[in-house]
Design a protein around this ligand. Structure first.
Ligand code: UTP
Length: 481
């Protein structure tokens, strides 16, 4: 542990002495914890972020000059070359058979919109059995390991707040049949919240208001935790990145992996076509030869609505936060200095979010703010894209890869996600000749659930279905375990 006198002195020098305002009243254990939290903080980084992102002096602002829509590989049904897609798939399958690929889930978010008590990955999502998100991914990963004859490693990034509960959940469920030696948990980093004057906020007399540093913090966390070394030792150079809240995702997708490895890409991303101009997604753009994602809140509405000569949206490629990362690229990004403007080198920028941050006043009394009282700093993983060599963007269909659970009700809720899973099962069945009654949106009338252990994508489902003789009727419901 760092010497407490030194830590306190450094905070005082940085004008952050308020962090220790109640230090003398604390029990020795609480003092030790507070010093440990404080020692995690890079005071120069906080000062720089406050200067650039909060007060605005020296802020570079977002550069939107020379922006154009990013090119992507269209799917065969949208004009892509079927032979190139087939080749990519074969290359991805070879990489999987060679054991080069690991799954990577970012599960460190706070999930405030869903309002669920517990790690988001433990939230029940499937239509009949209510399997938790983690189980859906575990079974897809397990089944892919069997299909390609190489069990996969799975890296899971947690937060300080949910790490112990996540590990306990997996242990309690027997790791869902995965080899526990291949499931690796590690915590992401934390950042302190500051008030609008740049002062670090206390959550209580004995704790700093710390929160996860964003999914972009995953690159640093992969490095710091030893996960990258582990990958190197296992011969893994390719990480399939996905979010914990999207059970539809093809988390092990041979074609995607293949495009990535064949092109020697350092970071690849899946693109969905925007459903309408104003859809709130990140937009894939290109700027002076670099690929980047511009958030809907940053791209002027006129550009979001721009159409080409045929009437098609120009900025049509939306991000669904599904990526493939090269191991050495992650290492390079993780070790680059953070928080600088992009022009000065390969650095992940921080973003500012104004939030209501529970804190205490100068007398130590609790404050539950009614409006934003401070700022949190987060990194976003897509900000690594401009620094990647040979990046590849490929089109995917939303129905095959994206139906997140973000909100308790309405858009992107458990209900919409269950329905999208049921539509997917119905499509797989119909594609294999089964009779399935659906409404105009493709939602089946019958209750259907397909376990990923039976089939986790179109191909694996088709193979398993063909082996059933006779195939079961769907009309009264179907539960394929
Ligand atoms: P979201 O941006 O949806 O945030 O995260 P969230 O924290 O889960 O939910 P809200 O906004 O509080 O309602 C997208 C993905 O990134 C992960 C989340 O776990 C989710 O898989 N994430 C987000 C992290 O791993 N760490 C973070 O610091 C933030």
């Amino acid at each position: 542990m760092k010497n407490s006198t030194d830590v306190i002195a450094s905070f005082q020098r940085a004008g952050q002495g308020q962090v220790f305002a109640f230090f003398d009243q604390l029990a020795p254990d609480a003092q030790r914890r507070l010093i440990e939290e404080a020692a995690e903080i890079d005071l120069a980084e906080i000062e720089r972020l406050h200067r650039t992102l909060v007060t605005g002096h020296g802020a570079t602002g977002l550069d939107l000059t020379d922006l154009a829509p990013a090119p992507y590989e269209p799917r065969p049904e949208h004009g892509g070359d079927p032979a190139a897609w087939a080749q990519a798939k074969a290359a991805g399958e070879a990489a999987l058979r060679a054991g080069r690929v690991a799954a990577f889930t970012v599960a460190g978010g706070q999930g405030t919109r869903l309002g669920y008590d517990g790690p988001k990955g433990t939230f029940p999502v499937t239509p009949i059995h209510g399997k938790p998100l983690f189980q859906v991914f575990a079974e897809k990963i397990r089944a892919a390991g069997v299909r390609y004859g190489r069990p996969l490693h799975w890296f899971i990034m947690t937060s300080h707040a949910n790490h112990a509960a996540t590990e306990a959940f997996f242990a309690g469920q027997g790791y869902f049949g995965l080899d526990r030696g291949r499931v690796h948990f590690f915590r992401q980093g934390r950042m302190p919240a500051v008030d609008f004057n740049g002062k670090i906020l206390l959550e209580s007399k004995e704790a700093i208001a710390l929160s996860p540093d964003g999914h972009g913090g995953s690159l640093r966390a992969l490095d710091r935790s030893g996960a990258l070394d582990r990958m190197a030792a296992e011969g893994i150079d390719t990480l399939s990145y996905f979010q914990v809240d999207n059970p539809l995702v093809r988390c092990i997708d041979p074609a995607f992996i293949g495009w990535h490895v064949q092109r020697k890409s350092e970071m690849s991303s899946k693109v969905v076509l925007k459903a309408y101009a104003e859809e709130k997604v990140g937009h894939f753009c290109v700027q002076r030869g670099r690929r980047l994602v511009i958030e809907y809140s940053d791209l002027p509405m006129a550009q979001q609505r721009e159409t080409d000569a045929t009437g098609r949206l120009r900025y049509i490629g939306g991000s669904i936060a599904v990526h493939i990362l090269d191991r050495d690229f992650v290492r390079r990004m993780a070790r680059a200095p953070v928080g600088q403007d992009q022009a000065s080198g390969p650095a992940m920028p921080f973003h500012r979010a104004d939030k209501k941050i529970p804190t205490i006043d100068r007398n130590g009394a609790e404050v539950k703010p009614a409006k934003a009282n401070g700022v949190k700093f987060e990194m976003f993983v897509f900000d690594a894209l401009p620094f990647a060599r040979h990046p590849v963007l490929i089109e995917t269909l939303r129905q095959d890869d994206f139906s997140p659970v973000k909100n308790a009700e309405g858009l992107d809720s458990p209900q919409t996600c269950r329905d999208d899973q049921r539509r997917q099962f119905a499509r797989w069945l119909q594609a294999n000749g089964a009779e399935v009654e659906t409404d105009a949106t493709g939602l089946p009338a019958a209750k259907i659930e397909v376990s990923p252990l039976f089939g986790y994508d179109e191909d694996s489902f088709a193979d398993a279905w063909k082996k059933l003789s006779p195939t079961p009727p769907v009309r009264d419901g179907l539960d394929l375990a």
